[in-house]
Design a protein around this ligand. Sequence first.
Ligand code: KG4
Ligand code: ZN
Length: 337
Amino acid sequence: MTRILGIETSCDETAAAVVDDGVHVRSNVVASQFDLHAKYGGVVPEIASRAHIERLDAVVREALSAAGCGRDEVEAVAVTCAPGLVGSLLIGVTGAKTLAWAWGKPLVGVHHIEAHALSPALGAEFPPWPAAALIASGGHTSLYHVRDPDQIELLGATTDDAAGEAFDKVATILGLPYPGGPQIDRLARQGDPKRYDFPRTWLGRDSLDFSFSGIKTAVMYEVHGHGRTSGGLERLSPQDLADLAASFQEAVVEVLVRKTLLAAERIGVRSVVTGGGVAANSRLRQAMQEACQSRGYAFRPAPMPYCIDNAAMIAAVGYYKLRRGELAGLDLDARPH
Ligand code: KG4
Ligand code: ZN
C-alpha cells in the first residue's frame, strides 16, 4: 500500500488529503475561501495567497489526523504546481517542499487538470478506464482520452471561455452572487429550459473544441436589449430569471454532452467520465447519464466532493507519478499556465 499526502492551493481552496494507492481516500480536507471573495464578485489573488498562508498548516494537520496517520506512513508529498494563480500555487509548492525536505520524503509536482481527469476514479470500485473524460471547471473545459492513469491525451478544449466561466459570467448578468454555477443550477430547477433559444456553438460538425463566449453575449442581449450591457435586469420577473437560467444551462449542457459522446465514439471507448466544478451540475449529470444509458456507455461522474478543487485528486496523480519515478526536486517551480 502506498500512501500519499496531496496539497492543493492553485485557486481559492486550501486543501490537503491522504490517499492510498491513488484510489482510497483516507481524508479530504478543503478550506474554501468563498466567503472572503464573494463581496468582490470573483477571486482576488492577493487575498487568496494570504488565506493559503494562514490555513495551509492547519489543513495539512487535519488531513493527517483525520486519516489517522503520522508522517512516517506517508510515502510522498504531492502538490499542484500548475496551472493556477501564481501566488496561490507558490504557497502550496513551498509548503510541500518544506514537508518533503523535513520528513525526508519524495516530492511530486502535479498538473491540476490532469488531476481533475483522474478524479472520477476516486473511491470507485472498478477503474473507469479507458474513458472519454470531460473536464469542465472555472478555468478549463477539455476532453481527454484517458487510456489509463499513466496515459492521458488531450482531444479538444475551449477556444475562449471555460464552461464554469460562462456560468459565473451569466450569473453576474442575472444579478446572482459569486460563484454563479451552483446558483444557476438551483434557479434553473424552477425554470423552463425551452423558453429562450440560446445558441449552441459547435465549431464544425466533427470538432471536439468548445466556445462559450457567444452564449454569454446572447444572454446579456436578451436581458438588456440588443447591443446593450446594462439597464434591463429590473424589468425581469423571478420567473423570467429562472427561465433564462434554465435555457442557458440547457444550451451549455447540450453542447457538453454531445461533444463528450462524439469523443467517446471517435476513440472507441465504452466509458464516459466527468470532473471539474461544472461536473457538479445536476442537469449535466442527469443529461449525461441519460445519453450514456441510451447508447450503452458506462457513466462515472466524479463524486461530488471530488468535483470542486480538492487535494485527493492531487494525491491520486502523485501516486501514479511516484510509481513512474517522475519526482520533483526542491527547485520545483509554480507554473501559472
Ligand atoms: O474545478 P473548480 O472548483 O475550480 C477550477 O479549477 O476552476 O470549478 C469551479 C467552477 C466555477 O466556475 C463554478 O461556478 C462552477 O465550477 N460550478 C458549477 C457548479 N458548481 C460549481 N457550475 C455549474 N453547476 C454547478 N452546480
Ligand atoms: Zn479545478
